[in-house]
Write a protein that binds this ligand. Structure first.
Ligand SMILES: [Zn+2]
Length: 154
């Protein structure tokens, strides 16, 4: 009998802690920019990449700062005229401007699914960091995601 009443008291005292947790989670961007648990984290050309494995795929959170532009920040590191990666994923925050070699322009604004063909320049629009969740298969990304190997018109 006495033990049961002690248990009840503990349950009652745990309630305020639950309320505090709920109010913390209302901060809109806290989990969006906090370090990804269990992911490999590195920064290349001002872009923060956090990479985790899921089956045969990689899941990446890419964070691009305001002012970022591929041709300014990444081109010299990568050594190609344009970004030759396909990007498939979900834009969680921010706006991205994409330009292909033939002059085609695509604008993305969160929340939005993103599919960008290889052969592009891209930059962050506005003052918010861009947060993009991407899926890839490393060197086999284009084939396994069914993306074109370059931007072209049918
Ligand atoms: Zn085009």
């Amino acid at each position: 009998m006495k033990k049961k009443s002690v248990v009840r008291k503990r349950k009652t005292s745990a309630r305020p802690a639950t309320r505090r947790k709920a109010s913390v989670s209302k901060k809109p961007h806290a989990p969006l920019l906090a370090p990804v648990r269990g992911a490999d984290r590195r920064t290349v050309g001002h872009v923060t990449l956090e990479v985790g494995r899921a089956g045969a795929a990689r899941v990446k959170r890419m964070t691009y700062p305001p002012g970022y532009r591929w041709s300014k920040d990444m081109k010299a590191i990568v050594g190609t005229a344009l970004c030759m990666h396909a990007h498939v994923g979900f834009l969680v925050q921010g706006e991205v401007h994409v330009e292909y070699a033939d002059g085609c322009v695509v604008e993305f604004a969160a929340p939005q699914v993103v599919a960008i063909d290889p052969g592009h320049d891209a930059w962050v629009v506005g003052k918010q960091p861009v947060v993009l969740i991407e899926f890839d298969f490393e060197s086999d990304t284009v084939r396994r995601l069914g993306m074109p190997d370059a931007h072209r018109h049918a």
